[in-house]
Design a protein around this ligand. Structure first.
Ligand code: M6R
Length: 616
C-alpha cells in the first residue's frame, strides 16, 4: 500500500515531504523517493533499502536544491516489479521534466507500455506507474498544459490510482488525480498557505485540520493558496470538505479505533485489488506473473497446498474450488508437519505455499522440501520479494497492502481470492471449465467485494449478538463443505484476539465424539449458508439444539428455514457456494472483534503472538 505526498509553496517543502513520508510509514513500505522542483529543473532521490529507506532518503536529500518550490514524494509497497531503486517512485518521462508518484494499480499498463514503446518512448522500470509519466509527456508534446494533460491521461487509464505530478515548466504547481485510491488535498493554515496532498490525512495533519477529498476521476491543480478541482472534462467542481479533530494515532487508523477494524473495512478493496488487471475484457484470465512454464502447469496431476493458521484456512477453501474446477486431487497440509512425514511429490505435483508475510519459516521450509523433491513450487504472498517469493518457481501476489493487526483479516480474504484466481487460471489453461463457466465464475468473483462491503455495513447487528456472549468461555464452531474452513477461521479469530476457547468441527463429525460436550448453555456458532451440504448442516444444528445448545448461525439473507434453527442469526448476502467463504467469514471476524472489545482487549496486539513467525 503505497503512500504519496506533495507540497507546493513555503520555505519547508523538503522538510514537509520527508516528515509526511515518515507519517505514512505505518502503511508499510519497501522503498521511498522524492522529486523536488526548483523553478528550473526536477531533482530526484530514491532509496530501496526496506525499512531503512526513509533514513537513507533523508541522507540523499542533504544534496538537494536548497529552496525547492514544490515536490512530490512516495513510499512504495511493491506490486509491479521488485523493490529496487529503478522501480522506486517518482518516475520520470523521457525528458526528465515530468515526475509522477502513484498509489494504486494501472490495470492496462501492459498495453499502454507497448503502445508507448512503439511511439519511441523508453521505459526504464518494471512498474505500472511509469506509463503515466510518458503518457503525460505525449499530451504535453501536443500542446496541453499539465492539468489538461493529466485529464487526458486519466481517460486512458484503467484500474485505480491516486497520482501527484510535477513538471519543470510549471513551477510551483502540482496536479493530482484519483480513482478509487485515497487522496486528500489541503492548504496549510500558516501564512504561506502551502498546497498539500497526501494518500492519508496523518501525512499532513500537522499543517491543517481541514481537507478536501476528490471524487473518482477528478483532477486538482494545487498552488500555494489555491486548490482548483475539475472533472475529467475540465468543468470546475467543488470538492467535498472535511474537518477532522483526530489526533495523529487516530488518523493513522483512518478514524477507526484500531487497525483490525480498519483492515476489516479494507477487505472489499483488498479483494478488488487482488483481482485487478488479471481478468481481461473478454472474460479470460491473464495471470502472467505466475512465472511458471505453461508446459509444467499442463502436466500437473496433483496440487499440494502448504500453509499455517489463517493461510491454511484459505488453502482449505481453495481445495474445494480447485478440485471442482480442475478435477485433480488437491491435498493440503499444515506447513509445520509437511516435511517431517514423507509427502509423495514429484515434478507433476504443484506445491502452493500460502503466506501473507512470505516469511513464515514453517511454510518456507515446506516449500524448500518440495523443491528438493523436484516439485514445481508456487507461492501466494502479500509481500513482494519476500523470501518465499524469491525462492519459489512462481508467485501470485495478493494485493491487500500491509496488514498491521496481528489477526489476519484482509490478507486472508485476498488469499482466498488469489487462490480462486489461480484455480480459474489453471482451469482455463487446461480446458477443464468451458469459456462460459469461466466467465460466469470470474464475474461472480468480481462481485464479491460489494457483498463484503454489504456485510461490513451490518457491523452493529453482529456487535449486538456478540455482546450477549461476553460471559461465555467456550464456543463450538461448526461448518460443512466450504463452511468448515470458515468455521475454523472464525474459531481462530476468537481464540487469538478474545482469548476464548473455540473449537471448530466439521458438523458431521459431532456425533463421533464432541457432541458429548454439548449441554444446556453450550454456545454453537454455525456457518449455515446454502452450500451443497446445507440440509445436512441444519440436521447437525438440530442435534445440538435438542441438547440445549444456544445457536448462532451465519445464514443467507431471507432464509427463514435456517433462521428457525437459530437463536441468533448473522445475516449475509448469498454468494456462489465456492466463493461464499469470502463473505461468510466476515461476520465471524466481526463477532470475535466485538467480543474482544467487550473484554477490553488490545485486538491489534494479542498476547503471545507475532505478526510474522520466523521461528519453528
Ligand atoms: O504470514 P503467514 O500467512 O504465513 O502467517 C501464517 C499464520 O501465522 C497467520 O495466518 C496467523 O494464523 C494469523 N495471524 C491468524 O490471524
Amino acid at each position: 500500500m503505497c503512500g504519496i505526498i506533495g507540497v507546493t509553496g513555503g520555505a519547508q517543502v523538503t522538510e514537509l515531504l520527508l516528515a509526511g513520508l515518515a507519517r505514512l510509514e505505518y502503511r508499510g513500505y519497501d522503498s521511498a523517493g522524492v522529486v523536488l522542483e526548483d523553478g528550473e529543473r526536477l531533482w530526484r532521490a530514491r532509496a530501496a533499502t526496506g525499512t531503512r529507506s526513509l533514513e537513507d532518503l533523508a541522507k540523499l536529500v542533504e544534496d538537494a536544491p536548497a529552496r525547492p518550490e514544490a515536490g512530490v514524494g512516495h513510499t512504495r509497497w511493491a506490486t509491479h516489479g521488485r523493490p529496487t531503486d529503478a522501480n522506486a517512485h517518482p518516475h520520470l518521462d523521457c525528458t526528465g521534466r515530468v515526475a509522477v508518484v502513484h498509489n494504486g494499480i494501472v490495470e492496462n499498463c501492459r498495453e499502454l507500455a507497448a503502445a508507448l514503446a512503439d511511439g519511441g518512448h523508453t521505459l526504464v522500470s518494471d512498474t505500472d506507474t511509469e506509463v503515466i509519466a510518458h503518457l503525460v509527456e505525449d499530451e504535453l508534446g501536443a500542446g496541453a498544459e499539465l492539468a489538461g494533460a493529466v485529464r487526458a491521461v486519466v481517460r486512458r487509464l484503467r484500474g485505480s490510482f491516486a497520482v501527484g505530478i510535477v513538471r519543470a515548466e510549471e513551477p510551483g504547481t502540482i496536479v493530482a488525480a484519483r480513482r478509487v485510491s485515497p487522496l486528500v488535498v489541503a492548504l496549510g493554515d500558516g501564512p504561506e498557505r502551502e498546497g498539500l496532498l497526501a494518500s492519508d490525512i496523518p501525512a499532513i495533519l500537522g499543517r491543517t485540520r481541514t481537507f478536501w477529498t476528490l471524487a473518482d476521476d477528478q483532477v486538482v491543480t494545487l498552488r500555494p493558496g489555491s486548490v482548483e478541482v475539475t472533472d475529467v472534462d475540465g468543468v470546475s467542481v467543488a470538492p467535498r470538505s472535511l474537518h477532522v479533530d483526530w489526533d495523529l494515532e487516530a488518523a493513522e487508523k483512518g478514524g477507526f479505533d484500531d487497525f483490525m477494524s480498519k483492515e476489516m473495512h479494507e477487505q472489499p478493496q483488498a479483494v478488488r485489488d487482488t483481482l485487478l488487471g488479471r481478468t481481461l475484457a473478454d472474460g479470460t484470465l491473464a495471470v502472467d506473473e505466475l512465472r511458471l512454464d505453461p508446459a509444467v502447469l499442463d502436466q500437473v496431476d496433483k496440487v499440494f497446498i502448504v500453509a499455517c493458521g489463517s493461510s491454511f484456512h484459505a488453502g482449505l477453501v481453495a481445495k474445494h474450488a480447485l478440485e471442482r474446477w480442475l478435477h485433480i486431487p488437491v491435498e493440503i497440509d499444515i506447513a509445520s508437519e509437511f516435511r517431517y512425514r514423507d509427502p509423495v511429490l514429484d515434478q507433476r505435483t504443484l506445491v502452493v505455499g500460502v503466506s501473507q508475510s512470505g516469511e513464515t519459516v514453517d511454510t518456507l521450509q515446506a516449500m524448500r522440501h518440495a523443491s528438493s523433491e523436484g516439485a514445481p513450487v508456487l507461492v501466494i504472498s502479500n509481500v513482494v520479494d519476500s523470501s518465499m517469493a524469491r525462492e519459489a518457481d512462481g508467485v501470485l501476489y495478493t494485493r491487500a497492502g500491509p496488514e498491521i493487526g496481528v489477526a489476519a483479516t484482509k490478507t486472508h480474504l485476498a488469499q482466498i481470492a488469489a487462490l480462486e484466481l489461480l484455480g480459474l487460471a489453471l482451469a482455463q489453461q487446461r480446458g477443464s471449465l468451458s469459456p462460459d463457466q469461466l466467465a460466469d465464475l470470474l464475474a461472480q468473483l468480481g462481485r464479491t467485494p460489494e457483498l463484503i462491503d454489504d456485510v461490513l455495513g451490518r457491523d452493529e447487528a453482529v456487535a449486538a449478538v456478540a455482546r450477549r456472549f461476553t460471559d461465555v468461555r467456550d464456543f463450538f464452531f461448526l461448518g460443512r463443505h466450504v463452511g468448515y474452513p470458515v468455521a475454523m477461521e472464525g474459531a481462530l479469530k476468537l481464540k487469538e484476539i478474545a482469548y476464548v476457547r473455540a473449537e471448530a468441527y466439521p458438523a458431521g463429525e459431532l456425533k463421533h465424539g464432541p457432541i458429548a460436550l454439548v449441554e444446556p448453555g453450550t454456545v454453537v456458532v454455525g456457518v449455515a449458508t446454502r452450500n451443497r451440504l446445507w440440509e445436512k448442516m441444519l440436521s447437525n444444528v438440530a442435534e445440538v439444539r435438542s441438547r440445549g445448545a444456544t445457536v448462532v448461525l451465519v445464514a443467507d439473507d431471507g432464509d427463514g428455514e435456517t433462521a428457525a434453527e437459530a437463536d441468533h442469526v448473522l445475516w449475509v448476502p448469498p454468494a456462489h457456494e465456492l466463493l461464499s467463504p469470502l463473505v461468510d467469514v466476515v461476520p465471524l471476524q466481526q463477532f470475535a472483534y466485538h467480543l474482544a472489545r467487550a473484554h477490553h482487549l488490545d485486538v491489534d496486539r494479542p498476547r503471545n503472538l507475532a505478526k510474522t513467525v520466523t521461528v519453528e
